[in-house]
Design a protein around this ligand. Structure first.
Ligand code: 8YV
Length: 330
């Protein structure tokens, strides 16, 4: 009997997913959930054929040079900015992500964050819990209108389209979007969304939602100059990745009343959060939980596991990000 390939599961995960992997692999499972990065991650990957990652583990040329036996890294995340894809392809290492299974759950959360931000839900709850609610007042926590307003979405992939449908069909919003490439007419019609320039979007949207993937070109897509274009009554929601927004510039804009409010699920340098953001009252802050329902997190974990199993048993992953890594004679 040939030995099973060895894999690392880099973070704690559902026991049944470990069990499923153990039927095919010799599994080194980090169920203790120790942070693994740089030399510690390389040491733990020594001699491994594959890795199950959750999106926080950086896979780059320096790491790959120390892990010559590695053949595949499967992310339990749709985003894969933790992969240096070019370095992985050059090393012949396949990367896989987990698209599709989290789309609707993440779009639900985007809408929840938009609503909480526009209607000042967490800010008013803190006020109430602090015992400050003494009487009703006509303008107590008066927020921004959601229904019938203009929703601007930057990044119109699957999740962006889910947010658009919720806005257009559920809340009668006018939906405008900006994306690297314009959607085809049928998809635009299904989302009731109109393509505009980034500048027009920032100037006209009442609510701006960010759902674009992080790439070096997308770094600080929203900074001081972009915040200055937005309406003073506008809200900003970041569902995408830390680094898409310049958090220091956003905190300044929120403090100065340049925009009304922000809802943030992702941060530069998370789990650290910029202290100036923590000091703002007009911001809703959540700890990167947009995909966090139990069924969705299970589906994401099973898809990552299935990518490893399919590559082992059939020589191809289900949702690869760099199939060219396997090209013959590469
Ligand atoms: C993950 C996400 O929970 O899928 C993604 O890209 O951002 C989240 O759904 C996160 O990546 C885990 O690190």
């Amino acid at each position: 009997m040939t030995a099973k390939p060895r894999i690392l599961v880099a973070r704690a995960i559902f026991d049944d997913v470990i069990g499923k992997l153990a039927a095919h692999f010799e599994v080194d499972a980090n169920q203790a959930d120790d942070a693994l990065a740089g030399p510690a991650l390389a040491a733990r990957l020594a001699g491994k054929w594959g890795a199950f990652t959750t999106g926080g583990e950086r896979i780059d040329a320096a790491l790959l040079a120390q892990c010559p036996t590695l053949k595949i890294v499967a992310n339990m995340a749709v985003g894969y900015n933790n992969f240096d894809v070019a370095a992985m392809t050059a090393a012949g290492v396949l990367g896989a992500n987990a698209p599709g299974v989290l789309t609707e759950t993440t779009a639900d959360f985007g809408f929840a964050l938009l609503m909480a931000t526009a209607r000042r839900i967490t800010e008013s709850e803190h006020f109430l819990r602090a015992g400050q609610w003494q009487k009703w007042r006509y303008d107590l926590f008066a927020g921004q209108e959601v229904h019938g307003s203009t929703l601007g979405i930057i990044g119109m992939g699957r999740i962006g389209q889910g947010v658009a449908r919720r806005g257009a069909l559920g809340f009668g919003m006018r939906v405008i979007y900006h994306n690297r490439t314009r959607l085809d007419a049928a998809t635009e019609a299904a989302c009731q969304a109109r393509y505009v320039s980034k500048q027009e979007l920032l100037q006209t949207a009442d609510h701006v939602v960010l759902v674009l993937p992080y790439t070096p070109e997308a770094h600080h897509t929203i900074g001081a100059a972009e915040l200055a274009l937005m309406k003073p009554s506008a809200t900003l929601v970041n569902l995408a990745r830390g680094g898409i927004v310049d958090d220091a510039a956003l905190a300044q804009a929120l403090q100065a009343g340049r925009i009304a409010a922000a809802g943030l699920d992702v941060f530069e340098g998370e789990p650290q959060v910029h202290p100036a953001l923590l000091a703002c009252r007009n911001v809703v802050l959540t700890p990167h939980i947009a995909s966090a329902t139990e069924p969705t997190r299970r589906a994401m974990a099973h898809l990552a596991a299935d990518n490893l199993i399919a590559f082992h048993t059939q020589g191809r992953a289900l949702t690869p990000v760099n199939p060219e890594a396997l090209a013959p004679g590469r």
